[in-house]
Ligand binder design. Structure first.
Ligand SMILES: C[S@@+](CC[C@H](N)C(=O)[O-])C[C@H]1O[C@@H](n2cnc3c(N)ncnc32)[C@H](O)[C@@H]1O
Length: 391
């Protein structure tokens, strides 16, 4: 059996919620589980290597790399992704984080809320919103402490309700990964007579941060920056090249990362429409393949002579047919300097075949992800997979 065959689905052996505690800092749309980059990083890199994700999202690949002693780099054009990735790749030490939170507690003020958009005033109680406004004007994202505090605030800004129907976060209860459109939220709050909770924001923040105490010292640090994945440019840390790029590019359907993160982007002082205007999104296969060509031409220049590029690309429905996007990308977007090594299906491991077969008999309704494995010309045969201990 080939190495890639042996590795297929290995990440599904990880128990639920497996991974470094920092992975749970904040949810993100279309995120992959940490066990997935973990397998590829352990398989294809060594300690000290550079691992890069040009569509870093919530920073899963860079954090997993840092946790495994590799330098984890991540870029993305979404400012929310940059805040999350930078918090995870460069966390502050506990003492300075704790002293910053104590200082915020002492200085905390409640600012007037009357000039805020109607939907924001409906989602948060006046006292909660006033504190958030003060934090927004006080926190400085360029410091490791405040970037981490902002990322943790993103994680509690809107959450779902507990078993008693009480909101768990700072806002009225909502699905926690995305925010419904402002008009819908206003109507929903009105129809269900929801009351936004008055919360001591810094108190809730401090209790959330306490979860990460003892988990902030990563074996390696990394870096996060804003960059369009199609534009040429080095990896931020100077001349270093990546041994591995592990990433999931935007899919071929319209995913509005700005629109569905309007509350989080409000706290960051960003405009959702402007964010969506710069992010890539299309329903056209031709435009998607042109985009992926540009991305792969750039990535060919940021990997080492024996480096790898692994892209998670899901199948999509186009009208009545299912399109295996990964195969299209392999056929028409790969520059001559790269070699197509494998397309690995994200399937359940053999010992869980029963549910897999059950899934098949349901008419292949389950969504299939595929991982396209490319390498630079200098990479030899794919190494044998290591052992994975999912504890
Ligand atoms: C599928 S998500 C990645 C999710 C990530 N793997 C995770 O686990 O959180 C795709 C990402 O691509 C970003 N993106 C879209 N267009 C981009 C572009 N042209 N350049 C850089 N990033 C872009 C989006 O902001 C989004 O974070």
């Amino acid at each position: 059996m080939q190495a890639a065959e042996l590795i297929a689905g290995e990440w599904r052996n990880a128990p639920p919620r497996w991974g470094h505690p920092l992975h749970s800092l904040c949810s993100y749309m279309a995120m992959f589980p940490p066990s997935m980059p973990h397998v590829f990083i352990k398989w294809l890199t060594r300690e000290g290597d550079v691992v890069y994700d040009p569509f870093s999202g919530r920073g899963t690949t860079p954090l997993e790399a840092c946790a495994l002693g590799r330098a984890g780099m991540g870029s993305d054009l979404n400012p929310l992704a940059n805040v999350l990735t930078s918090a995870k790749t460069n966390p502050p030490d506990w003492e300075s984080l704790d002293s910053r939170v104590r200082r915020l507690k002492r200085q905390l003020r409640v600012l007037p809320t009357r000039d805020e958009p109607e939907a924001i005033r409906a989602v948060f109680a006046p006292g909660t919103l006033g504190q958030l406004l003060w934090l927004r004007s006080t926190l400085d994202r360029s410091t490791a402490e405040d970037a981490f505090i902002l990322a943790a605030l993103m994680g509690i800004l809107h959450l779902n309700a507990n078993a008693n129907g009480v909101a768990k976060g700072l806002s009225v209860a909502m699905p926690n990964t995305f925010a419904m459109a402002p008009g819908y939220v206003l109507k929903y709050i009105h129809d269900h007579a929801l009351v936004a909770p008055e919360v001591d924001v810094v108190e809730m923040l401090a209790s959330r941060l306490n979860r990460y105490r003892g988990h902030l010292a990563l074996p390696q640090r990394g870096m996060a920056w804003a960059q369009d994945a199609t534009l040429s440019g080095r990896i931020e840390s100077g001349n270093s090249k990546a041994k591995l790029v592990f990433s999931s590019p935007p899919y071929l359907h319209v995913m509005k990362y700005g629109k569905f993160n309007w509350i989080r982007l409000w706290l960051l002082g960003e405009t959702p429409r402007e964010v969506d205007n710069v992010l890539f999104s299309t329903g056209s296969l031709t435009k998607y393949l042109r985009f992926m060509s540009l991305v792969l031409h750039r990535l060919a220049n940021v990997i080492t002579d024996d480096g790898y590029i692994c892209l998670v690309i899901g199948d999509v429905r186009l009208g009545a047919r299912t399109v295996r996007l990964a195969e299209h990308v392999a056929e028409s977007c790969v520059p001559g300097s790269l070699v197509v090594r494998q397309i690995i299906e994200d399937r359940l491991p053999n010992d869980r075949k029963v549910s897999r077969i059950w899934g098949d008999t349901k008419g292949n309704a389950t969504k299939t992800d595929r991982i396209l494995v490319l390498s630079a010309a200098g990479a030899g045969a794919l190494p044998s997979p290591p052992r994975f201990d999912w504890v």
